[in-house]
Design a binder for this molecule. Structure first.
Ligand SMILES: Cc1cc2nc3c(=O)[nH]c(=O)nc-3n(C[C@H](O)[C@H](O)[C@H](O)COP(=O)(O)O)c2cc1C
Length: 326
């Protein structure tokens, strides 16, 4: 973990993965001030909004923090400029392969680049393209997910790359003993989201937090694709009225397609737009019935509101205890 901590400039190599609407100035600064590494979720923010959020976080944080940018954001390069102006030390590129020139633009500002690697081949390619560190994230995670579990990704990627490169593991980590296992396999640190989403410092609505405390692992389900003609981006969230209605919507639109009542483009747009604004509704407004309550399978290990510092202390104590038993 020392390698990961030195890279991040943090006491512990524990990243709080960026969570749209949740990872804003309060949670991000609390994580960094408690010895972890907070990351602002830029999501769909405009450059002006990101500018204000970074400034606000700087005012609260006494330690370094990062910014997570989504690669398909239409203003990606303007967002990179905002990070450069603020001298943000670490930029995480999420949501797909970084477009041409983006890694170079970030590095030109002096910042480190962290990328998500979905396979071993892409991990090698990202390192060759200049990524300073990688996150491998399994399908146990909350939010947008790939198809492979964390344990399998770790077995495929860590033995090949972790000795000579910085690899953080994410997805399904709720206990420090699990952190210890990935560190022993060569990871330089870990990234957690679900475990931190309901911390005392998180601005998430009380009803969003209550939904987490009530839920068990089996309630955090991946979105279902009903028809191969209608693409669905897999997201792991707590099952609710919204997830049921999404399945019904797909069946309805597929039927309209069969009957020739809608064109393919229109049908696909209807599916794509179904969840527009749904994460905000859940996190900020507390609409846990029809909003998107993104959560990972480790949600069953989140049972009460705790300050970030306590969560980190618990994780580190569990991790040390596990390593001492060996
Ligand atoms: C509510 C929520 C929102 C998320 N939003 C984002 C996001 O905007 N960008 C991103 O790269 N990852 C996002 N994630 C994934 C987290 O950054 C993190 O990688 C993931 O939660 C780790 O797995 P875990 O949930 O099992 O701890 C989100 C996760 C959750 C639970």
């Amino acid at each position: 973990m020392a390698r990961g901590a030195a890279f991040l400039g943090a006491e512990y190599a524990i990243l709080c993965g960026a969570m749209s609407w949740v990872s804003e100035r309060n949670l991000v600064s609390a994580i960094s001030n408690a010895g972890g590494f907070g990351v602002i979720a830029c999501g769909a923010m405009s450059p002006e909004l990101l500018d204000a959020e970074v400034a606000g976080t700087k005012a609260l944080a006494k330690k370094p923090f990062g910014v997570n940018l989504i690669t398909m954001h239409p203003q990606l390069f303007e967002l990179i400029e905002v990070c450069a102006r603020h001298k943000v030390g670490h930029v995480v590129l999420a949501g797909g392969i970084p477009p041409k020139g983006s890694v170079e633009a970030i590095k030109a500002s002096g910042a480190k680049v962290i990328c998500f690697a979905p396979t071993l081949a892409l991990a090698k390619k990202l390192l060759r393209s200049g990524a300073d560190a990688l996150v491998i994230e399994g399908m146990e995670a909350g939010g947008h997910i790939g198809p492979v579990s964390t344990s399998v990704l770790a077995q495929e990627i860590l033995p090949e790359l972790a000795a000579d490169n910085l690899v953080f593991v994410a997805g399904g980590i709720g206990n420090g003993a699990m952190m210890a296992a990935y560190l022993e396999m060569g990871a330089c640190g870990v990234q957690l989201g679900t475990r931190f989403a309901c911390a005392t410092e998180s601005i998430a609505h009380p009803d969003f937090k209550k939904a987490f405390f009530r839920a068990s692992a089996r309630d955090a389900v991946a979105s279902v694709q009903v028809d191969p003609r209608l693409p669905v981006i897999p997201v792991r969230a707590l099952k609710n009225k919204g997830t049921e209605e999404f399945t019904a919507k797909q069946i309805e639109v597929a039927k309209l397609l069969d009957e020739g009542k809608v064109y393919m483009g229109e049908a696909q747009l209807q599916i794509e737009h179904f969840w527009a604004g749904a994460l905000r509704r859940a996190v900020i407004e507390g609409d846990v019935e029809s909003g998107s309550v993104m959560a990972g399978q480790s949600v069953g290990m989140v049972s009460k509101e705790e300050p970030v510092a306590e969560i980190i202390a618990t994780l580190m104590a569990e991790c040390e205890a596990a390593l001492e038993r060996r």
